[in-house]
Design a protein around this ligand. Sequence first.
Ligand code: FHN
Length: 448
Amino acid sequence: MSVKRLLVITIFSVTFAIFAPTSLRLAVAAGPVHKMHTANMKWWKAARFGMFIHWGLYSVPAGVWHGKRVPGYGEWIKNNAHIPNREYNALAKKFDPVDFNAEQWVKIAREAGMKYIVITSKHHEGFCMFNTKATHFNIVQDTPWHKDPLAMLSAACRAQGIKFCTYYSIMDWHSRDQLPAHASATHPTYNPTHFAPGRAVAYLHYMERQIHELITQYHTHLIWFDGGWMHGWNKPLARDLYHYIRSIDPTVILNNRIGFGYGDYATPEQHIPPRGIPGPWETCMTINTTWGYVSWNHKWKSSALLIHHLIECASGGGNFLLNVGPTAKGIIPQPEVKRLLAIGKWLKVNGQAIYGSHRTPFDGKLSYGYATQKPGRLFIEVTKWPRSHTLVVPMRNTITKAYLLADGKKLKTAKGPDGQSVYLPSAAPDPVATVIVLKIADPVRPLR
Ligand code: FHN
């Protein structure tokens, strides 16, 4: 590994996440993962594409407080608009997601080609989106709806062959065990919180009760921790939590934001590390520029860009966890659904190049797109159709067969000084990304 790459990785691991009060900062949290991996990473590595769901009380104000747009992520509104606890808690009485339909949400994920769902069971706001005995501040007890969306989603996932997973924030703006950065009756700033004196272990036990519920009630396949930058979260606490989870169910996958080197995979956020990073990793990303629903945020990424992002993740050996932010009524916004279905349509034709694939064998960037591979096959995802209608693949291997993945149409090839040339049709069959399959007898021997 180059010194530059090592430096980048080190910076990732140190930058767990630092937030300015009303920030829209893009946190990065990648870095070394703990030696004790769960043995159960196989499905996750093959999955490549998952759905992140940020849904909580924050979907009620939807980015507007006292008639004013609040800049920043929707799920940060309690912090960013400096909302006192009493006022924020009252939002629960207005949270009535009568249009929620678990089967439909899971169907959208399935049709998008996603293999797992990670939903916020508790975000920084502290509101629990599941039936917990550890606090009444939860969707079943505190809202007029009185239902448990995680139970319904977990069942729908099981029925539709999708892995059900949960997000859990260590930082908690509601808990009495944590104190806000700047306490004020009228204008508090929560982030970053710190433990109330002597309350760290009590809070650890609260978390353990809830994690136990997530594992035993909902059979979460993975726990996606976050918010570990709160002051006081330390290695002994992370270690205890880690071993506690392993003792209940050693197959549960954990992301690395439990902190201090624990966890199974790295989690770059809102960016894709060029050509990936060593070890398992997953980029999480928003479709617009917020995780939680914001009624006035319409900065949608195009379907083409999202497909390119998915390919780039797979090409770097990583997963892509793409977020949706449902409304307070329980609807996944239409612009998100539209994009997800477009990705699903592309994956229906080209999924072989993505699911269960391995990272590119090439160190350098390919001018015309990306590469992924499986034993005996190299896939080239062409995102920039070359004007010369020729791909030069920088490898020594002889190609035994070349064809378009979409329709099996054979392509001519020839050996040249810079590698293997593949002769393409004059126009790209798929302007977003056309996949070329190259059959080869041996593992790829790159020229650069
Ligand atoms: O602060 C959160 C943010 O709201 C969102 O949940 C993202 C998703 O990865 N994680 C945190 C920032 O790193």
